[in-house]
Every structure is written in C-alpha cells, then in structure tokens.
Design a protein around this ligand. Sequence first.
Ligand SMILES: [Zn+2]
Length: 188
Amino acid sequence: MVVARSAFTVTFPARFHLVLAMNPCPCGRGGQATLPGAPSCVCTPVQRRRYLSRISGPLLDRIDLRVTLVPPTLADLEFGATDAEPTAAVAARVLEARDRAGRRLAGTPWRVNADVPGPVVRRRFGLDAEAAAPLDHAVSRGLVSARGADRVVRVAWTVADLAGRDRPSRSDVGSALAHRDSGSAWAA
Ligand SMILES: [Zn+2]
C-alpha cells in the first residue's frame, strides 16, 4: 500500500481482504419481514440514518461489494438451504476466473483485477462504449465518484471472468454497479 502526501510517499507492506458486517439499524431488525407476533424494528428513520452514517462516505466508497443478508427462516434452519450451491463448485469457478485474469495480466506486476492501478485500468482495461453506458450514467449523476468508477470497472472485469467472457458486457457493468449499491440499508 502506498500513501502519498505532498511531503512524502511511504510504502507499507499490506495485502488483505477487508470484510465488514453491520446491522441495518440499532435494533438489528430493520428491513426484515417478520412473522406475525414477532418483534419488528422499533427504530425511527432518524435513528437509522444516524446509525448508517457512522461509516463515512470516503470509507464506503472503497467497499466494492455490498451485500444485504436476509436472516434464515425456521425452514432454512430445520431443513437446510436446498438451493445452495456446494462450496466446491463455487471454489472451482473462482479458480477459473482467477486463471482467466492471471492470463490477461501475464507479464504485468499484477495477478488479479483488484491489483491493477486506476490509471492502468483506464488505459489498458477500459470498457467499450456500449458496456460503459450504465457507469457513465451513474458518474454523470454523481452516484459514483471517479475513484469508485475505477473500482466498478475492476469488479466488472471479475464478473466477466466469472462468466467466462473475454471482456465486460453492459450487464457485467450493471452487475458491478448493483453490487456497489445493493439498494439496501445504504440507500435509506
Ligand atoms: Zn431497528
């Protein structure tokens, strides 16, 4: 990780995946369908907004994948999720996607899409006009920052790698954008 300021530039060895989890509101039941008789969210809209604003915009801007998790139902707990894909199948798909990215990045210092610096993403791995349309629209409306746009492009490449496509399609970009804002608590 390189921290650049006007007076100095420092390189710290750092390679990690940051995974954060939070509740949708102070009571933890916001946005959930509840069974009759079960307690439901008691938070006011102001309380929810205050709670969610504890993650600052600049930090949130660096979180590429935002996923809303729905609590398991009683049936899930009793019978297990029947439509869940086995972990081994997912692992094989991820390995294949990483191979595909690795082949594309062969001869560069980078191994995965997340490693590629923003200027290189724009210069060498830019989207074609058709695929870029949803992202251009989001940037022009101020929904995605310049830094965020680079991050969306990286995720779109990963979505394409997972799907076995040579380059991101418009729907891959849409998917990357949707992961950035799952339309959940963040939008509240
Ligand atoms: Zn609540």
